[in-house]
Design a protein around this ligand. Structure first.
Ligand SMILES: [Zn+2]
Length: 164
């Protein structure tokens, strides 16, 4: 590669990073105060995501379900919750499903400090369906569970409601 190519490449990468930042900005999640001391469960389900597998650079896509039990803060509007998923997991990222799941859960845990949190992701991986074994129906499910969702009854309630 010549020096000019290197320079162009660096410029291209810089511009690309900037464009990504603008399209998927770091989520500014400002929680509401839990004025009524709501102590039930809140579920935000069927958030679509589409990203690329870090190992094979092919498409991974599916849905993310989030459940939490608030303490002092309530998560803000649903679009902001979807933004968090999109920030960590979008068509420009290369990530494993496990890592995306962890990143989303940790972000929400830190921001909303809920008493319990569960983040589940279900995805189809093109690396399974279109190369190698070519298994079309396989999907992968990951889940991160924190706090009150370690209680079996709480977790079962979530699983029932999320499929409702
Ligand atoms: Zn893969």
């Amino acid at each position: 590669m010549t020096l000019i190519d290197e320079k162009n490449k660096a410029k291209y990468l810089k511009e690309r990073r900037q464009a990504i930042k603008e399209e998927y900005p770091y989520p500014k999640m400002i929680c509401f105060e839990n004025k009524t001391k709501y102590d039930g469960m809140v579920i935000v389900r069927n958030i679509d995501f589409s990203t690329k597998c870090e190992h094979h650079l092919v498409h991974i896509g599916g849905v993310c379900h989030i459940g939490y039990i608030p303490n002092k803060k309530l998560l803000p509007g649903l679009s902001q919750v979807a933004r968090v998923v999109e920030y960590f997991c979008n068509p420009t990222t290369e990530i494993t499903q496990e890592e995306a799941n962890q990143n989303i859960a940790e972000f929400i845990q830190k921001t909303a400090e809920p008493l319990g949190l569960i983040v589940i992701m279900k995805a189809k991986h093109d690396c399974i369906s279109s190369r190698g074994v070519k298994q079309r129906n396989v999907d992968a499910i990951t889940s991160i569970i924190k706090g009150k969702f370690n209680n079996i009854d709480t977790r079962e309630e979530f699983l029932k409601l999320v499929q409702w």
